[in-house]
Write a protein that binds this ligand. Structure first.
Ligand SMILES: Nc1ncnc2c1ncn2[C@@H]1O[C@H](COP(=O)(O)OP(=O)(O)OP(=O)(O)O)[C@@H](O)[C@H]1O
Ligand SMILES: [Mg+2]
Length: 313
């Protein structure tokens, strides 16, 4: 409210004048404070320029989005990346889940193993079979049990810095594993990556998941990021005799696809081997290439290639 004593935010000679709630008086930001802010702004601009440059060498940048936790976003990201690499594409995975990075383990990498850096300060991704480049904050933490206790702005700058300094080289696809929600990380990725190709949605068939994933679809529309399609994970469990049990219900992904007019990309069954492989740190897709899930991922990868490469040439 202007006019009240101590609440005038107009720039003053010698610095910004701001109200200090505890002291109830004015706090002047000194010239050095101005300088610090200006330096920070300049650093952000520099990093953004570096991101634009690095991203210009990557043809398609795709975020894996869901809003709902635990539906298999990280598993889908790592498996789809492996399937795209098997299809002969140059692929990278960026793990934007700062609080719960699962990508390193699913690719058989140890948390805390580090990321090599060059003399010029650029970061070199870890490379895993079948030729996928991986960057995750999890690789930089001292151990798997180390929590990251950061508020939004710090997460945003961590993501920006990692993207600015990582040298992916030339890639066809960069898949970005997003945490649950439609908040800081999702917005940061949408804002700082120029020409994000789109999001792929992941849901399980339950009503609870469907309701939340619809929010993710609406979020993508609101911020004008295209939806490439939707995948239904944990779609059914198949017994050895071939009978299928639809444990979480049926049809959520098709319903969302229809409602939002987006492609339905396919379904992945529940398979205990998936959980076991992920827990062991084995790339499921390579350990069980004949499984239904691995075959589904090959089909999904071909659909993604078809859709993305035809519409974004
Ligand atoms: N189709 C499946 N069959 C069996 N287990 C699965 C399947 N998909 C994922 N899982 C397992 O479910 C758990 C959650 O998967 P994942 O970590 O990929 O979910 P997420 O959506 O990334 O979770 P978060 O929201 O915490 O990031 C993991 O233990 C994973 O191994
Ligand atoms: Mg995850």
């Amino acid at each position: 409210m202007s006019g009240e004593p101590g609440n005038d935010e107009r720039p003053q000679r010698g610095g910004l004048r701001m109200n200090h709630p505890q002291r109830g008086g004015d706090l002047r930001v000194s010239q050095s404070g101005y300088k610090q802010v200006a330096q920070r702004m300049k650093a952000i601009q520099e990093q953004q320029k570096m991101i634009v440059q690095r991203m210009s060498r990557i043809k398609y940048k795709i975020g894996i989005l869901s809003s709902k936790g635990g539906v298999g976003k990280s598993f889908v990201t790592t498996s789809l990346a492996a399937a795209l690499a098997v299809e002969g594409r140059r692929v990278g995975v960026f793990d934007a889940d700062v609080h719960g990075p699962s990508v390193p383990r699913m690719f058989g990498l140890r948390e805390g193993m580090g990321l090599p850096a060059r003399m010029d300060g650029s970061i070199v991704p870890q490379e895993v079979p079948p030729g996928v480049k991986v960057v995750s904050i999890g690789l930089l933490l001292p151990g798997e049990e180390t929590p990251v206790i950061w508020r939004g702005p710090i997460k945003t700058s961590a993501i920006r810095e990692l993207l600015a300094y990582t040298d992916w080289g030339d890639l066809d696809y960069l898949l970005i594993d997003l945490p649950p929600g439609t908040g800081d990380e999702q917005l940061t990725i949408a804002q700082i990556i120029p020409k994000l190709t789109g999001f792929i949605l992941v849901t399980i068939p339950s009503e609870v998941s469907k309701a939340v994933v619809k929010k993710a679809a609406a979020f993508a529309k609101r911020i004008n990021v295209p939806l490439i399609g939707i995948i239904e994970n944990m779609a059914y469990f198949e017994c050895p005799d071939g009978t299928r049990h639809y444990i979480f219900g049926r049809g959520a992904a098709r319903e969302i696809a229809e409602e939002f007019g987006i492609p339905y990309l396919g379904e992945i069954p529940i398979d205990p081997k998936i959980r076991e492989a992920n827990d062991r740190g084995e790339v499921f897709f390579l350990a069980y290439p004949d499984s239904k899930a691995a075959k589904s991922f090959m089909e999904i990868a071909r659909k993604v290639i078809d859709y993305v490469e035809k519409s974004h040439t």
